[in-house]
Design a protein around this ligand. Structure first.
Ligand SMILES: Nc1ncnc2c1ncn2[C@@H]1O[C@H](COP(=O)(O)OP(=O)(O)OP(=O)(O)O)[C@@H](O)[C@H]1O
Length: 285
């Protein structure tokens, strides 16, 4: 099977710096555009919870400063893959990872990698907004203080709030509790907290699924803006959302297999896999 069968296709915004090629490995998912110098590269990644295997041989190359969406039916392993990128699975006692997950070429599972330092470079935003019971200011300053980045905290807090598209709304109430904000504002506060320590990658696990449509739309706009500075990997149940905001889409299917990974336009308009097409068109999932 060629990587680009099926006639004309639209050109996505991601394609200017990638070139399509045959998958280089027999077991690479369909599509698999070759990414020059990927920020994250997964090879033969297996994840188990006890005896249950949740991910099977995941091969993926995640490009820099793009939005990569992970989609697929419930339980197919999207969150497990996301958490394996910054070793959040370490916090689950029965989780075990085998294979290779590289961040700028370094296997994050090597013994000399400090997971806390890794998570400073690869931050995370969760499904449910989870601000600390502290002021807005202290929520954002928290990570900076933990790291001893105490110089110009004010400036760093303001910059993070601005990048998270929240500054205008909270500038006059930085001492108020983060818990008093609306759900959408709380999520943008969590995004500000994640970007304050200046990570390279932001992982987002369904960041808008608990929000109303207006707040969701603000988060979507923000995700696209963030990709100008950061590499964003986002899990979403919402296929329209993936189509709207991502450059690349990875489709996981039941059993923990990555079936197809390609430019988002290609996945939604002309996927290689019939099963992916069935999923995209709502025949199952
Ligand atoms: N902490 C855990 N302990 C045991 N099994 C787990 C754990 N977390 C996930 N699993 C199992 O791993 C598989 C993949 O789960 P995961 O949450 O990664 O899927 P998902 O695609 O993100 O699902 P959803 O869309 O419903 O969030 C499922 O079978 C799930 O039951």
């Amino acid at each position: 099977m060629t990587a680009n069968a099926g006639g004309p296709r639209t050109v996505s915004k991601a394609e200017t710096d990638d070139h399509r090629s045959e998958p280089t490995e027999d077991d690479a998912p369909l599509g698999s555009p070759r990414v020059a110098d990927p920020v994250i590269k997964s090879r033969d990644l297996d994840v188990y919870y006890g005896d249950e295997q949740a991910l099977h041989g995941i091969q993926m190359e995640i490009p820099e400063r793009k939005v990569t969406a992970l989609i697929g039916p419930s339980g197919c392993g999207k969150s497990t893959f996301l958490r394996s990128i910054n070793r959040m699975n370490d916090l689950i006692d029965i989780a075990r990872v085998e294979g290779d997950l590289r961040f700028h070429g370094k296997n994050v599972y090597d013994e000399d990698v400090d997971p806390v330092a890794l998570r400073r470079k690869i931050g995370m935003v969760f499904q449910k907004p989870n601000p600390f019971p502290k002021s807005i200011y202290d929520n954002v300053a928290y990570g900076l203080r933990v790291q001893g980045k105490d110089d110009d905290v004010d400036e760093q807090v303001h910059t993070a709030l601005e990048r998270a598209a929240l500054l205008d709304e909270v500038e006059d109430q930085l001492d108020s509790s983060g818990l008093d904000l609306s759900g959408g504002q709380q999520q943008r506060l969590c995004i500000a907290r994640a970007i304050a320590p200046d990570p390279e990658v932001i992982l987002m696990d369904e960041p808008a699924s608990a929000l109303d449509p207006v707040a969701t739309s603000k988060i979507e706009d923000l995700v696209e803006e963030l990709a100008e500075e950061y590499t964003v990997v986002i899990v979403t149940h919402n296929m329209q959302q993936a189509a709207r905001i991502s450059d690349k889409t990875a489709v996981f299917l039941t059993g923990g297999h990555l079936v197809e990974f390609d430019d988002t336009n290609k996945i939604f308009e002309n996927p290689e896999s019939e099963r992916v097409e069935d999923y995209i068109t709502g025949k199952f999932g």
